[in-house]
Write a protein that binds this ligand. Sequence first.
Ligand code: ASP
Length: 328
Amino acid sequence: MKRVLIAVAAATVLFAQAQGFPGSKPISIVVPFAAGGPTDLVARQLGETMRKTMGQGANFVVENTAGAGGTIAATKVARAAPDGHTLLLFHIGMAATPALYRKIGYKPLEDFEFLGMVNEVPMTLIGKPQLPANTYRDFENYIKANAGKLNIAHAGLGSASHLCSLMWQSAVNAKEAMTTIPYGGTAPAMNALLGGQVDLMCDQSTNTTQQIQAGRVKAFAVTTAKPLSRHPLLKDYPTLQEMGLKGFDLTIWHGLYAPKGTPPAVLKQLNDALKLALKDPDFIKNQEALGAVVVTDGRVEPAAHKAFVAAEIAKLKPVIEAAKQFAD
Ligand code: ASP
């Protein structure tokens, strides 16, 4: 009897340890781009919300590891201790980078535990305020008339802004028209645009909406297949499809990941906190104000998000192959 009691007591301690996550150590959300940009913003709002939904004194911190279109951060998280204290918030780059890099330090579908999808965000094609064009048509004519003289900013090979510029340059056949300038994120790229050092950028509405609203940048089009008819600020901008770029459809999504091998109980705790965060009225309101749509369907489930990323990898591969001639 005594022996049984000791065994039960030992099991209780083990169980209590598994339940002890996160303990006093903070949970770090690694963001693959510079602070102040759109991926950073999603991570900060999400971390703050998951702090509430996870409870137990959980403390989320955001760690910006910019560079190489997000691949440095993804490699770092793939190799981090699988204890739930290091997570990755990445966007569509998770699916685009395998087609854009000859070699990357991780396999998106094998080296991570998928926690779930967070949101979808449209992109906007914007220019510095000094550009003489006011409509998308004027803009396209201006680009053609100024071939070789313009530059377009992005957040590195494989980033969303890079993907958008590749797809758009390919669709309008603007190969000779512009030089691409990479930054560690679209926060510094936006500063360069506001300062007039670069001419154009395609970036998530979460980074551009307030600048468009304040008239600090000019917007010409949105990248989604359907018009953003419900968005008070972006509803009047045409889609690139409406402007004749057949089949142009680019929506950026974000997902949350942990290193492969993170214990199932910890993953469940994180996924539960994520699901609750995506129902948080303040999180939804803050995201919506910037044009992002929080995921409400089954894609917040790990397996469904993984299947979604696999489908995105397959979908983007031919698109990127076709546009790759515009990469430099
Ligand atoms: N918006 C960026 C991109 O183009 C990333 C960022 O700075 O958040 O991928």
